[in-house]
Design a protein around this ligand. Structure first.
Ligand SMILES: NC(=O)c1ccc[n+]([C@@H]2O[C@H](COP(=O)([O-])OP(=O)(O)OC[C@H]3O[C@@H](n4cnc5c(N)ncnc54)[C@H](O)[C@@H]3O)[C@@H](O)[C@H]2O)c1
Length: 398
């Protein structure tokens, strides 16, 4: 195994900071099997942000231009955490230079760019260079536990699924224009948070077969141009000049998966729901539900309980559940685990694979760029359904 791995992050915005913090903490999970992790650089065109993030998370330096990382031999691993339309150029340059890349979801803003990135990933893989996509919610113990309940047959045959990811970062008309509001239909709320909801739904319900009932709505058609940098979902000073919103504020659709049917709904204008991911799955022997608002618990209902006690029970997550035991510094039941923690597990999983630690001794591997393309094909089918007034669109033949 290599003696050390040099790590860099491109993008010091909302999720970039989560990646930087995660690389810093990755070695502290589980047994100390990782090589030494060197925190080398954070690259952001906003030098103030890049410098602050580098200082805050203990990186050696920051760079104003991501190209400074490409030919730096001290860097082995790079997270790409910038706007989706920037992913392709950066990822292709890094892979060509032999850097292992962890790219944020969705893989790109267009399916054509995503497919080109997957081609580049396959070529890199042949030379031993890894390209992976961050599906952070697959690290959530609650979601992993529901999947286990399904796999163990404790919920019986799957009957149907309901999933929603409501956010409200765009609910105010004075929220400034940013890259999130620009791009083709389906690259708005659907691409932003629907990309999460769709891979989670497939994780629980099996491969998607077809979608129908697609509907997009742009609730706020114009937004003020910002005066200064916009990072994440923050608001700031805005000008009087308005720019058109190009993509969806809201999207809804139905899907048929291998195990059951379901309804999915996403929003970035659901006032009062800053980060409200809710999943509920119904089976012939019971049901289970999980919410990002209370990620340290799962609610389970089983038919075989005494009749007069039938109903949902709350299960606090802990070492009896996936991803907990021996991992977190405090791995006792009920200590809780939040969204930032998911990035630490994700970084650890990626570093384990880069370091050549066998899969059997590692966290579940990160997903491939081919998985990222599949996710975008799923979302493209929703866009096609919406464009045809909710028509049924096949994703995968039976
Ligand atoms: N997994 C998750 O839970 C999660 C959460 C949020 C965002 N994301 C994903 O992360 C990515 C970034 O989203 P975000 O919310 O952090 O965006 P953001 O707008 O908050 O941050 C993007 C950063 O990129 C910088 N930047 C812009 N152009 C650049 C360039 N050419 N070179 C270097 N830096 C540049 C900006 O200055 C900004 O600091 C997106 O793909 C998004 O979908 C994932």
């Amino acid at each position: 195994m290599t003696a050390s791995l040099g790590v860099a992050v491109i993008g010091a915005g909302m999720a970039g900071k989560a990646h930087a913090a995660a690389y810093r903490a990755a070695s502290t999970l589980y047994k100390p099997t990782l090589p030494q992790i060197r925190l080398v650089s954070i690259a952001d065109i906003n030098v103030e942000l890049g410098g602050e993030a580098a200082a805050r998370y203990g990186f050696e330096r920051h760079d104003a231009d991501w190209r400074a990382l490409v030919d730096d031999p001290s860097i082995d691993v790079v997270s790409v955490v910038v706007a989706n339309f920037l992913h392709r150029e950066i990822v292709e340059a890094l892979l060509a230079a032999g850097k292992h890349v962890l790219c944020e979801k969705p893989l790109s803003d267009t399916i054509e760019d995503a497919r080109a990135m997957a081609d580049a990933a396959r070529a890199a893989d042949a030379k031993g260079t890894l390209a992976r996509i961050g599906y952070s919610y697959l690290r959530a113990p609650g979601i992993a536990f529901i999947r286990k309940l399904i796999d163990d047959g404790r919920l019986g045959e799957m009957l149907h699924f309901s999933g929603r990811y409501w956010t409200d970062y765009g609910c105010r008309p004075d929220a400034p224009m940013s890259w999130r509001y620009q791009g083709p239909a389906g690259s708005g709320a659907l691409g932003d948070v629907g990309s999460h909801l769709s891979y989670i739904a497939e994780h629980l319900c099996g491969d998607v077969q077809e979608v129908s009932g697609g509907r997009f709505h742009t609730s706020i058609a114009e937004r003020p141009k910002p005066l200064g940098a916009v990072v994440g979902h923050t608001r700031g000073n805005v000008s009087d000049e308005l720019a058109p919103v190009e993509n969806d504020d809201y999207a809804t659709f139905n899907a048929r998966f291998a195990r059951c049917v379901g309804t999915l709904e996403v929003s970035r204008v659901a006032a009062g729901h800053p980060n409200d991911l809710v999943l509920e799955i119904f089976g012939s022997k019971g049901a289970a539900r999980w919410s990002q608002t209370n990620p340290g618990q799962v609610e389970v209902m089983l038919h075989d309980e005494q009749g007069d006690l039938a109903g949902y029970r709350t299960v606090p997550l802990g070492p009896a559940h996936p991803h907990y035991a021996g991992g977190w510094a405090m791995d006792a039941p009920g200590v809780g685990i939040g969204q930032n923690d998911l990035f630490v597990h994700q970084a650890r999983a990626f570093l384990e694979e880069v370091a050549g630690i066998p899969e059997a001794e590692s966290l579940p591997r990160c997903k491939s760029f081919d998985d990222g393309v599949h996710n975008m094909e799923f979302l493209a089918a929703v866009a096609a359904s919406a464009a045809q007034r909710g028509a049924t669109v096949t994703v995968k033949e039976d």
